[in-house]
Design a protein around this ligand. Structure first.
Ligand SMILES: Nc1nc2c(ncn2[C@@H]2O[C@H](COP(=O)(O)OP(=O)(O)O)[C@@H](O)[C@H]2O)c(=O)[nH]1
Ligand SMILES: [Mg+2]
Length: 216
């Protein structure tokens, strides 16, 4: 556990929301961050993020979720938006085929600007509007499998699968970095078996943060 009063979390993970304008990104964010856990939100010029702290496998994880301020409309998201992101929620609208067709473009953008190990979840949002559906769930599933992404249909309106989408991303990220930390711990133990070793698992490309590892 990180030192209380210093950092009230074990891990801080930056997650970015991407996808066409109007698919529901901002509503997904507000739905998720206005739940019963602690909420802080902060506006900046150009971008906005909100945070929520939750428990993932017994660890306190602070999710810092970045939302666009409409730049996606002009395909003008800067690389700063993606910098340090360890997860992405790539959203399309199940009632608008074009937003699904553009998923490839967003994947390309993520692969170009974000860390290559970024965990990506694709979300087919507005599942409450299934009577207006223009993208079948099977098509979403097939694309996700082809691209190696997790996939869920969500509804920000109905709070359907929003929690699960973020839980899935955060758990996947946690598994990746706990494996890295374990490997680093074993390497450190083999090299210098001293007490209270601090292991920094931040690398030049990732945004993983862990402090005061390995107190046992
Ligand atoms: N029916 C329905 N409407 C939604 C849902 N999520 C967002 N919307 C609506 O879609 C529009 C665009 O949402 P917004 O969150 O601003 O999309 P963004 O441009 O991707 O951030 C708004 O009118 C929302 O009320 C959803 O899950 N179901
Ligand atoms: Mg928005």
């Amino acid at each position: 556990m990180a030192q209380r009063g210093d950092h009230e979390y074990d891990y801080l993970f930056k997650i970015v929301l991407v996808g066409d304008s109007g698919v529901g990104k901002s509503n997904i964010l507000s739905r998720f961050t206005r739940n019963e856990f602690s909420l802080e939100s902060k506006s900046t010029i150009g971008v906005e993020f909100a945070t929520r702290t939750l428990q993932i496998e017994g660890k306190t994880v602070k999710a810092q979720i970045w939302d666009t301020a409409g730049q996606e409309r002009y395909r003008a998201i800067t690389s700063a938006y993606y910098r340090g992101a360890v997860g992405a929620l790539l959203v399309y609208d199940i009632t608008k085929r074009q937003t699904f067709d553009n998923v490839q473009r967003w994947l390309h953008e993520l692969r170009e600007h974000a860390d290559s190990n970024i965990v990506i979840m694709m979300a087919g949002n507005k599942s409450d509007l299934s009577h207006l559906r223009s993208v079948q769930e099977d098509d979403g599933q097939a694309l996700a499998e082809k691209e190696g992404l997790s996939f869920l249909e969500t509804s920000a309106l109905g709070a359907q699968n929003i929690e699960k989408a973020f839980q899935t991303i955060l758990t996947e990220i946690y598994h990746i970095i706990s494996k890295k930390a374990l490997a680093a711990q074993q390497a450190a133990a083999a090299a210098t078996p001293t007490q209270g070793t601090t292991i920094n698992v931040t690398d030049s490309t990732g945004g993983f943060t862990k402090r005061n590892c390995c107190s046992t």
